[in-house]
Design a protein around this ligand. Structure first.
Ligand code: GLN
Length: 305
């Protein structure tokens, strides 16, 4: 077996010059005080072996990483959502951009930019009896962890400045692509973004995608093999905003980032890797996190290409 601990120790040394660089997501007041010199990385193999380095015990808000989870709930039993309400192409525009949405009649480019995630949340809101409770229950079930929770301080902090997300939902409502009340969709979206995890929990939560749709711990199927493939494909092509080409080029794995500084990446059939460092690059991806993943696939020789 590869010496993953040795590999991530080496990566930790090499990314040191990047720590403290980049900008934290200060457009959300509750995230503005995060320490950009923090860094954690966890690698989890499908047999449960886990390797970690850095601030592995720290919890952070998963933000856009949650978009993969809401999409999973929505396409679990049907592909219709991605045929009618949301596209599957990279956007080439910032994650919170409004421009493309009007040109394209209120149909978001993909489910991993804000507009797409907001339509996904709207669909989830329609599907669940109690969206707030049922989404959290879903996340707790797939991760086998009942402690996972929303951080209401972060969600209300984001809501207090969420004018751009409100614009996106209102624009889509005008195009008849939002079924539920705008305020309810926004509230549900801010809640899902505010969920907190550490890197190991992120691996636990996402390893069903590494394991072709099945939870490796319980053996329970979360989603079909075909849909797990499609979610991974969307992560590869749309998971890191308008830097997705650069990330695919450098890292070569399906990955999803969030402005909390976390990134999850999948080596299908082998391992799940999560990194966290709150200093973001200009596109909103963790600066040290992307570099760490790039070094990881180079040293472990396990990109999908
Ligand atoms: N909650 C954040 C927002 O809507 C999520 C963005 C992100 O992580 N890219 O702006």
């Amino acid at each position: 077996m590869k010496d993953y601990q040795e590999i991530i120790n080496r990566i930790f040394e090499e990314i040191q010059p990047l720590l403290g660089k980049g900008n934290v997501a200060d457009y959300i007041p509750a995230l503005a005080k995060k320490d950009s010199s923090k860094f954690a990385m966890v690698v989890k193999l499908l047999d449960g072996k886990t390797f970690g380095i850095g601030d592995v015990d720290e919890y952070f808000s998963i933000q856009s990483i949650s978009k993969v989870l809401s999409l999973t709930t929505v396409i679990r039993d049907t592909d219709d959502f991605l045929k009618t309400r949301c596209g599957k192409e990279p956007s080439g525009t910032p994650f919170n951009s409004l421009i493309q949405l009007e040109y394209e009649n209120g149909i978001p480019r993909n489910p991993f930019i804000n507009s797409g995630a907001l339509v996904t949340t709207d669909q989830m809101y329609s599907n669940f009896d109690n969206p707030k409770r049922d989404f959290l229950k879903f996340v707790r079930t797939i991760s086998n962890n009942n402690e996972i929770d929303y951080n209401h301080k972060i969600s209300s902090s984001e809501a207090s400045v969420g004018f751009r997300n409100a614009s996106l939902v209102n624009l889509m409502k005008d195009y008849n692509n939002i079924d539920n009340p705008v305020d309810e969709v926004l509230k549900t979206y801010y809640n899902q973004c505010s969920i907190e995890m550490n890197c190991e929990l992120i691996c636990d939560t996402f390893e069903f995608l590494t394991n072709h749709g099945k939870n490796p711990k319980t053996g329970k199927r979360i989603i079909s093999i075909g849909r797990a493939k499609r979610i991974n494909a969307l992560m590869l092509t749309c998971g890191t905003y308008d830097a997705v080409g650069d990330v695919a080029y450098r890292v070569g794995l399906p990955a999803k980032s969030g402005v909390g500084g976390g990134i999850v990446a999948i080596v299908p059939g082998v391992l799940t890797v999560a990194v966290w460092s709150p200093g973001l690059d200009k596109k909103g991806n963790s600066l040290a996190g992307v570099k760490a993943l790039e070094l990881f696939t180079s040293y472990a020789e396990n990109s999908i290409f």
